[in-house]
Design a protein around this ligand. Structure first.
Ligand code: NZQ
Ligand code: ZN
Length: 386
């Protein structure tokens, strides 16, 4: 295991009535003007927005609305939100939504109090913001675990990059499964697959020899697989949904990453594909993972064999280590089909094949991956995803 320092800044309020409990405990510490950020309107249709604003008003807060944060949020939207926060003297940001709303809000929180352009600061000067408007997050779509970290995935349309930008941590997160019940099945499943992906991308990072973090990751992966299967039988299974909501947080609350250099090669490829196609994050991952792992497993055969045995329950009897590792990758591919996720980019509705080369040429190649990929091999992987 690598050396580490561990502490965690996000306080989680989980379960029924969590927003009420969280606001009672947390909002006294923050100023009067609260900017409620949200997406395209699902929270208005579901009634979550009214409930949250009612609680804010009871707490004596003035509400500033910032709406229209799109899936795969853009840097332009960040600037719009930061300008509004400055104009209206916002004291606190409350993100109400899924990963996109939470991510956009994390960078609004940084940009609103900085004279520097955050993108240039991070990508040109390689410096990171240290001051933020304080923020909280109310999760309405789980899977990304975005409420648990300070990384935001933002699309810069000018530079054609979808990239990780460091912003604010939420000081608290509200995880109430009732707020997710209106989420359409496609998004529930793609969010849950995203959680599985975060666990895998951490598990296959370095070192790859059975750390405590890996043992916990195996449990989170088994739980995620089991509860996705339960939801495929009954989408309204609240127990399965709340298990997945906590699994999503566990994937990104740092516990699984302790002592590891993570891989996240599938994410790096998917993010750039998203920059060119605006595709759904979890679906992109579902297509990429099995193909990427077919190119990778021999270089990390020991860990892929553990994955086969401990996550998918495949017996190693009569199999070489490589055969067992390959069986684990096949089990993952079969699972993607079983849960009705797309297995090719064309099934996802991507029609322009030229995005494959653009993605291969611009995605990051990660340090924690067990294989050093060339851009030619990334292109080959993307071609196999077509
Ligand atoms: O915009 P609205 O109308 O709210 O609709 C949203 C959106 O269309 C809808 N939705 C959310 N809650 C709902 C609901 N619809 C009905 N009922 C509800 N309760 O769901 C759609 C997708 O929302 P979005 O926030 O985009 O989904 P997700 O949570 O999957 O977030 C995806 C974004 O997060 C990034 C992804 O790259 C992508 O940009 N990620 C962020 C990470 C992080 N910060 O740690 C890690 C991830 O790996 C990921 O990259
Ligand atoms: Zn993800």
């Amino acid at each position: 295991m690598n050396d580490f320092i561990y502490s965690y800044p996000v306080k989680v309020y989980f379960g029924q009535g969590a927003a009420k409990k969280a606001f009672a405990a947390e909002l006294g510490k923050v100023g009067k003007n609260v900017m409620v950020t949200y997406g395209g309107g699902s929270v208005k249709r579901s009634g979550v927005f009214d409930e949250i604003c009612g609680l804010l008003k009871e707490a004596g807060k003035e509400i500033v609305e910032f709406s229209g944060i799109m899936p795969n949020p853009t840097y332009k939207k960040v600037q719009e939100g930061a300008a509004l926060a400055r104009d209206r003297h916002v004291d606190f940001i409350l993100a109400v939504g899924g990963g996109s709303v939470i991510d956009c809000s994390k960078i609004i929180a940084a940009q609103a109090v900085s004279k520097k352009d955050i993108w240039d600061m991070e990508f040109k000067e390689h410096q990171f913001p240290t001051e933020f408007l304080p923020m909280g997050a109310v999760v309405t779509a789980s899977g990304t675990g975005a409420e648990m970290n300070n990384g935001a995935v933002i699309t810069n349309e000018e530079t054609k990059q979808k990239a990780g930008v460091l912003g604010a941590y939420a000081s608290f997160a509200v995880l109430d499964v009732e707020y997710t019940m209106t989420l359409p099945e496609k998004q529930v499943i793609s969010g849950a697959f995203d959680t599985l992906s975060h666990c895998m991308e951490t598990y296959f990072g370095s070192p790859r020899q059975g750390t405590l973090s890996d043992d916990i990751a195996e449990a989170v992966m088994r739980n995620t697989i089991r509860n996705i299967r339960a939801l495929k039988k009954d989408m309204n299974d609240r127990n399965a949904r709340s298990e997945l909501m906590w699994a999503s947080a566990m994937g990104e609350n740092g516990i699984l990453k302790i002592g590891k250099v993570t891989d996240f090669q599938a994410h790096q490829i998917e993010h750039q594909l998203g920059a060119y196609t605006d595709c759904n994050h979890g679906q992109g991952l579902a297509v990429i993972h099995p193909v990427l792992y077919r190119h990778m497993y021999q270089d990390g055969a020991e860990q892929f064999a553990r994955f086969a045995e401990n996550v998918w329950g495949i017996s190693g009897e009569g199999k070489t280590r490589e055969e067992l590792a390959a069986a684990g990758v096949r089990a993952l591919a079969d699972f993607v089909k079983e849960i009705g996720m797309p297995t090719t980019f064309t099934e996802m509705g991507i029609t322009d094949r030229s995005v494959l080369k653009a993605t291969a040429d611009t995605c990051n190649l990660t340090a924690g991956c067990c294989k050093k990929f060339s851009r030619e091999e990334i292109l080959q992987i993307l071609e196999e995803c077509w």
